[in-house]
Design a protein around this ligand. Structure first.
Ligand code: FES
Length: 159
């Protein structure tokens, strides 16, 4: 049995957090790819004062989100996948698209709609200048999970 240890100091992040790096370095770089937990490849990015983390590959067909532009649609910040321009909200991982109100009415009028959460977003915490990511362990499948298998990994990770 393990002897009981003293609780971690309050400045420590939760045990499931993974150290990503120094905030100042991430801010300078803007974007960073990190393999967390030995297997999950995530994109950490800094935009307009906020750090975000999400699965690296786009839920649609595995596009490299690290090369996506960040734009606002319907008041929501999105990363735009460089492959087929799918828009993914930074905060929730929702897929946004423009729906046509009524195809019989010309000119066509569109509005933004959400397909729901498609990209797995992870939690970012900052403690004393260090940035940590806690993987989103929601047990429901999220479409971007498909591209987290060994087949799609960029690095060569041994078991
Ligand atoms: Fe991202 Fe198609 S792979 S939009």
């Amino acid at each position: 049995s393990t002897p009981s240890s003293s609780p971690p100091p309050s400045s420590s992040p939760a045990p499931a957090s993974h150290l990503i790096g120094r905030k100042e370095d991430i801010v300078k770089a803007g974007r960073l790819i990190k393999t967390v937990n030995g297997c999950r490849e995530i994109l950490v990015l800094y935009h307009q004062g906020t750090l975000h983390a999400m699965d690296l590959r786009c839920y649609h067909a595995g596009g490299p989100l690290q090369h996506g532009d960040i734009e606002e649609f319907n008041g929501r910040l999105c990363i735009v996948c460089p492959w087929h321009k799918y828009k993914i909200t930074l905060a929730e991982g929702e897929g946004l698209y423009q729906a046509v109100d009524d195809p019989t009415v010309k000119p066509l009028r569109t509005h933004w709609r959400s397909k729901g959460v498609k990209q797995r977003i992870h939690k970012v915490t900052e403690v004393k200048g260090s940035v940590y990511v806690t993987l989103n362990d929601c047990s429901e499948a999220i479409e971007s999970d498909v591209y987290q298998t060994e087949r799609y990994r960029t690095g060569s990770i041994q078991a």
